[in-house]
Design a protein around this ligand. Structure first.
Ligand code: ADP
Ligand code: MG
Length: 272
């Protein structure tokens, strides 16, 4: 495309609430065959609430205090439960897994369960489980619910009409992922993924010979966003996701992805 055409596309996209960090992305978007999308914060609002937990007051205070140091959507929800400032000797974020901290000589882990079989009832209801382990021993859980983004269903529908396949790639549990996918009529789900596995899936779909767009919001999406032909980050997400993306959704939700593709197609007509 000519510089002028790229400028026109970029300007149109900006007016729609998209920040174009890489002008080429708007040119490539017309050829997208697969949209890989994260769940938490991308298909959902990313403002989950804790709906149940079984921690005693003391443990809740520590867990809440630890989560204050993370900006993961689940961490923010948990941090809100108690207004606690906790002194940690060590804090570590394990991307896509959870957080680890040492408090008063004990090691706390708050995050993805190592074995989901304890939580069948919660998972059935589409709730995300965060487990608490102290010195390696399971001490409790928190169950969280997150609402779907208003425009998510329409976005998936529209992509289908454009003959683009939408595929969920999430770090969350398979059952929770399937519950969300069903509501949105997403056919393909890859769940319980580590960041490197999200990246691996981008490569796998690229090998089918069509352009791959990855949409995400978290630290755990950064590598996949970079590897994708077009990386789209939600503006509500983490800085690392935005820095890794070609396009940032500044205003609105995942439906903006559809608009980016439409702009791309429109731009092309003008060039010819
Ligand atoms: P998604 O890929 O859908 O955005 P994530 O990879 O961010 O989901 O999270 C995967 C799982 O890891 C969550 O379901 C949660 O159990 C756990 N997790 C990740 N980070 C945290 C955190 N800071 N606090 C609690 N749990 C976390
Ligand atoms: Mg996410």
């Amino acid at each position: 495309a000519t510089p002028m055409a790229l400028l026109v596309g970029t300007t149109q996209a900006m007016k729609k609430g998209l920040l174009i960090r890489n002008a080429e992305a708007i040119q490539t978007a017309k050829d997208v065959g697969f949209v890989l999308t994260d769940k938490t914060g991308t298909l959902t609002t990313g403002e989950p609430v804790v709906v149940e937990h079984n921690l005693d007051e003391e443990l809740l205070k520590i867990v809440s205090g630890i989560e204050k140091k993370s900006n993961h959507p689940f961490a923010k929800a948990i941090a809100k439960l108690v207004n606690a400032d906790i002194e940690t000797q060590h804090f570590e974020e394990i991307v896509g897994e959870g957080v680890k901290a040492i408090v008063k000589g004990r090691e706390y882990f708050v995050g993805r369960p190592s074995d989901y079989s304890h939580y069948e009832k919660q998972l059935e209801q589409g709730r995300t489980i965060v487990e608490v382990r102290v010195d390696g021993e399971i001490r409790g859980f928190l169950a969280l619910e997150d609402k779907l983004r208003e425009d998510a269903k329409e976005a998936v529908e529209k992509l289908k009409k454009m003959e683009i396949e939408t595929i969920m790639v999430t770090g969350d549990n398979e059952r929770v992922a399937r519950a969300v996918a069903k509501k949105l009529a997403i056919d393909k789900v890859h769940a319980q993924l580590k960041p490197q596995e999200k990246l691996g899936l981008v490569r796998k779909y690229q090998s089918f010979g069509k352009k791959v767009m990855m949409v995400g919001d978290g630290m755990n999406d950064a590598a996949a966003l970079k590897a994708a032909d077009i990386g789209v980050a939600m503006g509500s997400g983490t800085d690392i996701a935005m820095d890794s993306a070609d396009i940032v959704v500044v205003k609105g939700g995942i439906f903006k992805v559809v608009e980016a593709i439409e702009v791309s197609k429109g731009t092309l007509k003008k060039i010819r």
